[in-house]
Design a protein around this ligand. Sequence first.
Ligand code: ZN
Length: 417
Amino acid sequence: MLLIKNIRLLAGILPAGVTKLAGADMARLETISDAWLTVGDDGRIAAFGPADTMPAESGYARVYDAGGCIVTPTFVDSHTHLVFAASRQGEFVDRLRGLSYAEIAARGGGILCSADRLNAMTEDELFNSSLHRLQQVAACGTGAIEIKSGYALTLEGELKMLRVIRRLKQAMPGMTIVATFLGAHAVGRAYAGRQDDYVQHVIDDMLPAVAAEGLADYVDVFCEQGFFTVEQTERIAAAAHLHGLSVRLHANQLHTSGGVEIGVKAGAHSVDHLESAGDAQIELLARNTDTIPTALPGASFFLREPYAPARKLIDAGCALAMASDFNPGTSPTGDMRFIWSLGCISMRLLPAEALNAVTINSAAALRLADQYGSITPGKWASLIFYHPDVPDIDYIPYAFTHPSIDRVMLKGEFTTR
Ligand SMILES: [Zn+2]
């Protein structure tokens, strides 16, 4: 057993059984000043409380002095494309020079460019580069993460990506990883101009192979004008359900695509992006609380495009989540503390609302809220220890480039610095 003493502020406490915080409750942040916390040998939170109730140190094999710092639960990043072949800073510079997305795609950029590079890599190369990125996001405070395929768009390549994700789980057991099959991210090159045939390939060939190997927890579709239609999304979702897989969607990023409606209808655990969601979609999500609306402000920031209507979603009573959308094309960061800041700075969330969006509610989006997202006995002791110079919780999203995080614990063990 481990006893952690001298915690100046223990934040993000929730009773067992709370699976998300919605509407006005999102501003709720339970804290204990001058606290202690114990971790069982199973890596889970055993107990915590104020200093005057601390158990005797002699009863613990290990005692850690937190040095008067703030402690919160680790972030849960519920939407990433962390497995990719190479960064795309060339496109970034092209855009700065004034080239449009279409011109960049014509020069060989975009998702298909990522697919070409990934299909040319060995599984080992892809695994090594992805493990490095995973270790980096863990150091940034992420304790559980969803990772999508979708940068191969061929049967073999998609399986390769998902096998890499499976190897990442084995290589980093302290991190909980959720795998999502995103074969319908774009139409693979071999199917250019034959979009419906590609959808059939996803349904008839890719999905059964993915399910047979048990490689995915979820199926995702980029439901968007120019990518996949509502009707195609519905067919892929139905096929996913036949294989016992749940659905989450890329919805309403660029247009009012119908993605939110089909997501709710298909029982999607989350609909993500929502930059183009209007009042009708907000109202629908407020009434269908099993589908977690997820904002991805990193992509809006990087592309200088509108943000999801996060304030309106919360005011309508939704349990809003936020995630990084870590990917080489439109959000090249997996730093969830920056996403927390962006939620406040660009979407006008209160610090507590934005923190709940990147902890308990993003855990809810992955159906991991019984394991992550709060300080609760029985949940994983996956914790962020901030530097003692961080004065309070509000300072963390406010000082958005300050290196606030001192140490990260995953399932009861500190990550190496
Ligand atoms: Zn995405």
